[in-house]
Design a protein around this ligand. Structure first.
Ligand code: C2E
Ligand code: CA
Ligand code: CA
Length: 741
């Protein structure tokens, strides 16, 4: 399920990379934003503090300036003269009223006499009745009182003639205002007044729109405004103005200068853009990373697949099969959960490989895998253990079904394979083991399946065999068979030779016999040559064994001239350069006629390019010894090889004969073999004839000689001699037999 894996992978990637990176990005973004906001706020805060300090200083300066302004008229001999000595309305109106209002922009000007009575008053440029307005001048009156209360003896360095003045903030007629008062004194010292009796001048300057506009202009307090109530607009700064006596007078508010915010507004978009670019870059990098990590993962998976699978067939290999088997066995719910192991080995695969080439061998292996899969279906685990060995793990319903399935596989593999350039025939042997409760060790199961497979091969190949306990013992014997055989060859009570009659097809007369080795083991009983001949071949014991059989055969042949005595010859023997002289020695020692001897060789010798085999064969033929090609049809079965190593006879393998029945394809095959053989002047023997029906068909096909249990199995020498002696089996000239009827 690729979609599931990829989601899992994506999840894994998200957890491993995406999440931390996005988290880091997020944290960076939040931290940056926090820092920017914090520094913006602190810049703004500092600016506010600076502006507040400035307004504070400006307000102080305002009071000082008002005193300065009053001093410009208050410290003047003329002022004292025109108010105190003789009240001159006109002079006061022009020089104290009009002048201060026009020049300094004071809104109200009041002149008091020494007893604090208002003498003169000007409001907004007009002289008004001072007495009438006096009632409204409370704050001014209070200031005047405070001025009067100031100590008359001033601390040094002030001189008595220096102006005495006060300025303060107050609410006048409901409007916040700056008010000031000053004693009118002589500027020259020419007029002396007793302290506390000086006339006074007072001024009111409203903190109105103009004053605010002035502050805005001069000190950049944008949208400045005096008001009596506090604004709650966060964009506005507020400075409360108090009188020097601590009474609240007014708020001055203005648009806060926010350099931090400005900076933020100007750099913000660039910052955001930079962050977005960074985020995109990081995401692109992540994407790249994900792609490469996906590629890496795919590579790893591919490598894992390669390591777990057979490259040729794509099937699981031995390693992964072992793992799977161990897993399934471990997961088994109980001993009754049925499981079967099927081990399959191809018969004659080596020949295909050797004769048709490795390319064809590879194709064949793949085709075999496909055929098995087609039969067992997708649920069964098939693995290739290597070479031409396959193994299947079957969750079986019952033992019978498994065996039937195995038989089906054997039959399917037995059908010819159409490869790209060739047609190949192979067979299959299968070993089956059923896993029961005590049978659950994976290695043990494999070993037992292997034993059953061995048994299937020993039993004549092309079959399925179910493992049984006694096979194990036989296998144990196999290990000791070499030693046992070595010993048997040195004694004369275990090995023997039997002879199986060869029957003329037309006359049904016994015209000869095939020599077959027999081994009667004191402990294991009869041991099949199929079991010990291969051991003998592999260990070199075949030389001694072969000589033993040959000698027995020739001894019989010497007593029955005119009868064909056949002897099976192993490739190992034929490759021995001394083999032909050995045969001739035995012939002369026993007195047998070379023309009565027939050596049975297998096809593999023909494929064998060895010079020595060819030399031996030619020597035999030159001496009149006949050569028969044994087990014909099971190997590559190419008659073209017969030209290279001419033989006299072919023996059609019993696996064909056993299938002979009306309408069966093997009839056509046998027919073709017989026709071809006869066309090449070769006699044909059919071996393994067990029924009269087979004998009849073989007769119709033109087979020359028949051999099989229908007539007789292998019999001891004395018995075959008796058969030969039977008048019904009078000898016949073998040389004429090869000519087809
Ligand atoms: P093979 O050369 O094909 O010998 C014929 C085998 O078929 C014999 O098995 C024989 O008993 C068996 N047979 C005969 N008639 C019938 C029949 O009607 N039905 C069936 N099913 N089988 C039949 P055996 O004696 O077990 O020999 C097996 C193989 O061992 C022989 O096959 C041969 O290849 C080899 N062998 C036997 N003796 C010798 C020997 O002295 N030297 C060598 N090199 N090989 C030998
Ligand atoms: Ca034979
Ligand atoms: Ca044979």
């Amino acid at each position: 399920m690729p979609s599931k894996t990829s989601t899992l992978e994506r999840r894994h990637f998200s957890a491993a990379f995406l999440l931390p990176v996005v988290l880091a990005l997020g944290i960076t973004a939040v931290a940056t934003l926090g820092f920017v906001l914090w520094s913006t706020a602190s810049i703004d805060q500092r600016s506010l503090e600076r502006q507040t300090k400035m307004i504070h200083e400006v307000m102080d300066a305002r009071r000082a300036r008002l005193i300065h302004e009053l001093a410009s008229v208050g410290v003047w001999d003329d002022s004292v003269v025109n108010t105190r000595l003789m009240f001159n309305f006109n002079w006061v109106h022009i020089n104290l009223g009009t002048w201060t209002q026009e020049f300094f922009g004071h809104h109200q000007t009041v002149v008091f006499d020494g007893a604090n009575r208002p003498l003169y008053m000007m409001r907004n440029g007009n002289a008004v009745d001072a007495e009438a307005y006096a009632r409204q001048l409370g704050p001014v009156q209070l200031l005047v009182d405070r001025l009067r209360a100031l100590p008359h003896i001033l601390p040094p360095p002030r001189k008595p003639s220096e102006p005495r003045a006060l300025a303060d903030f107050a609410v006048v007629e409901g409007v916040p205002a700056l008010i000031g008062a000053m004693a009118l004194v002589s500027d020259t010292g020419a007029i002396t007044q007793s302290p506390g009796t000086e006339p006074l001048i007072a001024a009111v300057q409203f903190l109105d729109g103009n004053a605010a506009a002035h502050l805005a202009r001069e000190y950049r307090f944008e949208q400045g405004r005096f008001s009596l109530s506090r604004t709650d607009d966060p964009g506005r700064a507020v400075y409360p103005i108090f009188s020097t006596t601590g009474r609240f007078v007014a708020f001055f508010e203005w648009d806060r200068d926010r350099p931090g915010l400005m900076l933020l507004l100007q750099t913000g978009p660039a910052l955001v853009a930079a962050f977005i670019v960074a985020a995109i870059l990081v995401l692109l990098l992540l994407r790249q990373l994900r792609h490469s990590s996906a590629a890496l993962d795919a590579g790893r998976r591919h490598a894992e697949h390669q390591a777990a699978h057979d490259l040729l067939t794509g099937l699981p290999n031995r390693t992964s099969f072992d793992v799977e088997l161990a897993r399934i066995l471990a997961e088994r719910t109980g001993p009754d959960a049925n499981l079967a192991l099927m081990m399959l080995d191809l018969d004659r695969f080596k020949q295909v490989n050797d004769t048709l080439g490795h390319q064809a061998g590879d194709e064949l292996i793949c085709a075999v895998g496909d055929r098995i899969r087609a039969i067992v279906g997708p649920a069964v685990t098939i693995a290739r253990l290597g070479g031409d060995e396959f193994v299947m793990l079957i969750q079986e319903r019952d033992h019978g079904t498994t065996l039937a399935l195995a038989t089906q596989i054997v039959e399917a593999i037995g059908q010819p394979f159409d490869l790209r350039r060739f047609r190949a025939h192979v067979g299959a042997s299968i070993g089956i083991v059923h896993a029961s409760g005590s049978n659950a060790d994976p290695q043990e199961l494999m070993r037992k399946a292997d034993i059953a497979l061995y048994e299937a091969k020993a039993g004549g190949r092309n079959r399925a065999v179910v493992y049984e306990e006694h096979m194990n013992e036989l296998l144990q014997l196999q290990h000791t068979i070499e030693e046992e055989l070595r010993e048997a060859l040195q004694r004369d009570d275990q090995l023997s030779v039997v002879f199986q009659p060869l029957v003329d097809q037309r006359t049904r007369k016994v015209m000869g016999a095939e020599s077959l080795a027999r081994w009667h083991h004191p402990k294991y009983g009869q041991i099949s040559p199929a079991r010990f001949i291969p051991v003998a071949e592999n260990t070199g014991l075949i030389e001694v064994l072969g000589e033993f059989v040959l000698r027995r055969a020739c001894e019989l042949g010497a007593t029955a001239p005119g009868r064909t005595i056949a002897v099976n010859i192993s490739p190992t023997q034929l490759r021995n350069p001394r083999f032909s002289s050995q045969v001739f020695d035995i012939l002369s020692q026993t007195g047998m006629r070379p023309g009565d001897l027939e050596l049975e060789i297998t096809e593999s010798i023909l494929l064998d390019n060895e010079h020595l085999s060819g030399q031996n064969l030619r020597a035999f033929r030159a001496a009149g010894i006949h050569i028969a090609l044994d087990d014909f049809g099971t190997g590559y079965s190419s008659l073209s090889y017969l030209k290279r190593y001419p033989v006299d006879r072919i023996k059609i393998d019993r696996s064909f004969v056993s299938q002979l029945a009306d309408g069966h394809v093997s009839v056509a095959i046998t027919q073709a073999i017989v026709s071809l053989a006869h066309a090449m002047d070769l006699a044909v023997t059919a071996e393994g004839v067990e029924t009269e029906g087979q004998a009849t068909i073989l007769g119709q096909l033109g087979c020359n000689t028949l051999q099989g249990f229908l007539f007789s199995g292998g019999v001891p020498a004395e018995q075959i001699t008796a058969i030969f002696a039977d008048m019904a089996n009078a000898p016949k000239d073998v040389s004429t037999e090869a000519v087809p009827a």
